[in-house]
Ligand binder design. Structure first.
Ligand code: ADP
Length: 425
């Protein structure tokens, strides 16, 4: 390195620092402090020039990168790379103004690789800082969301238990009232007022039970009372129990016999009934009058798959994952209309999260397929429920029973296909 390069840098240094401070620092105090930093920078630049080692500038680059506030990081402003770029441009500018052409060129050629190496380090450090900062932000947002979800879940659990006590009281008194009016002139069950109260109580009981189920699922406390069962039996029972609603809405429910539906499955019959019922009542709710709901499935190695297809309004791709989250009810809350089976009559948005919780507690999965939501073309939706076929219970007594049941006695088969037609008039 020719000696005159260092000498020329020393010659332009004062002017350079003054100009940089004027350009970049506002206010006397800030400027003084910045000038001191620049003095240190050019001291180290001189050392780097003398030794040919750009690492002399590492310490100052490191300090500049780490001097940034969070706002600087978020906005990607006032960073060390920008500062180094400006200092290189100013060095270039002042060298051309102060030195002759040859000296200026020598100086710029000598400092350029040192600036490039420092820029490279600054950019790398800044990137690492930004990545660490945003990773931290993501973790803290995640924590906030988890806290929010916990408090939502706690609220549901407390509200459900608070509602349960007065509800049980109302149920008790209503039943006494029914009994006393049965003894009187008017028959208890035929009294329209009492029938109305009863329907309200049942709906409320359903909502409170759903809230309790959701908080059990949220806290991984859903316990299963598993036993050997036939899927086809559950489906036939559901068809019978939903018949009234199907009739009312002029819908056809076709339950096909499929491989796997006739084999013994080890699961909780009440919970499985509840899970499939939720999907079926949704299919009823979101299919216009006169539509068809088809239950079918297939047997897969180690699994049985149940599919529930409707000819309803369908679900848009972006909502397909959302509906399995609690309160994942779609549509506007102000247009919410509560109904068990009315076309598009909403509920509290707990049905599918409970269904998913039940299916997952069995080691299975649930998902939906639909071309999208279209209230004119009715593309429909297909819900898939995949259940593992467990052939053994952990309880040896049940395992024995299950072993006996896997060879069912003759005559316990169900019909090939059951169908309830309630076509539109
Ligand atoms: P709820 O029925 O109480 O609103 P769910 O958890 O059962 O809540 O369903 C969540 C949402 O998923 C519903 O509000 C509805 O928008 C959508 N959905 C569920 N099943 C269907 C279906 N078969 N067709 C169209 N949309 C559906």
């Amino acid at each position: 390195m020719p000696m005159n390069v260092q000498a020329n840098l020393a010659k332009i240094r004062k002017k350079l620092i003054r100009r940089a401070a004027q350009n970049l620092a506002r206010g006397a105090g800030v400027r003084e402090n910045f000038e001191q930093q620049l003095e240190r920078f050019y001291d180290l630049l001189e050392q780097a020039l003398t030794t040919g080692d750009p690492a002399w500038l590492d310490a100052v680059v490191y300090d500049w990168v780490n001097a940034h506030t969070q706002t600087d990081i978020v906005e990607g402003q006032k960073n060390a790379t920008a500062l180094l770029n400006i200092l290189f441009t100013l060095t270039n500018e002042v060298a051309r103004e102060t030195l002759n052409k040859g000296e200026a060129l020598d100086l710029i050629t000598a400092v350029q690789p040192i600036f490039i190496s420092s820029l490279d380090k600054a950019a790398r450090l800044e990137m690492e800082n930004r990545v660490a900062f945003f990773a931290n932000e993501v973790a803290s947002v995640q924590q906030k969301l988890e806290r929010l979800d916990r408090s939502k879940s706690n609220f549901i659990s407390i509200a459900a238990h608070e509602l349960k006590t007065p509800l049980t009281l109302i149920e008790g008194y209503t039943s006494m009232l029914r009994d006393s009016s049965t003894n009187g002139d008017r028959g208890g069950n035929s009294d329209p007022l009492l029938r109305g109260v009863n329907t309200g109580i049942q709906r409320l009981r359903q909502i409170v039970d759903d809230m309790i189920d959701v908080s059990l699922i949220d806290n991984n406390m859903l316990s299963l009372n598993s036993q050997p069962l036939w899927l086809s039996h559950i489906l036939v029972l559901l068809q019978k129990n939903l018949d009234e609603f199907l009739r009312e809405r002029k819908l056809t429910l076709e339950i096909r016999r499929f491989p796997g539906s006739q084999e013994w499955l080890y699961a909780d019959p009440e919970r499985l009934y509840q899970a499939i019922q939720n999907v079926l009542t949704n299919a009823i709710k979101y299919t216009p009058d006169g539509g068809t709901i088809t239950v079918s499935g297939r047997s897969l190695p180690g699994f049985v798959e149940v599919t529930i297809t409707d000819t309803g309004i369908g679900i848009s791709p972006e909502d397909q994952a959302l509906i399995f989250e609690k309160f994942g009810k779609l549509g506007r809350a102000d247009l919410h209309s509560t109904s068990k089976i009315k076309f598009k009559g909403g509920g509290p948005g707990l049905g599918l999260p409970i269904t998913r919780g039940i299916i997952e507690a069995h080691g299975g999965t649930i998902w939906v397929e639909s071309e999208g939501c279209d209230e004119k073309k009715y593309p429909g939706s297909t819900f898939h429920i995949l259940l593992p076929v467990r052939t053994e219970s952990s309880d040896p007594r049940l395992a024995k029973l299950f072993g006996d049941l896997t060879n069912p006695v003759e005559g316990t088969h169900v019909e090939e296909k059951t169908r309830t037609d309630h076509p539109a008039a």
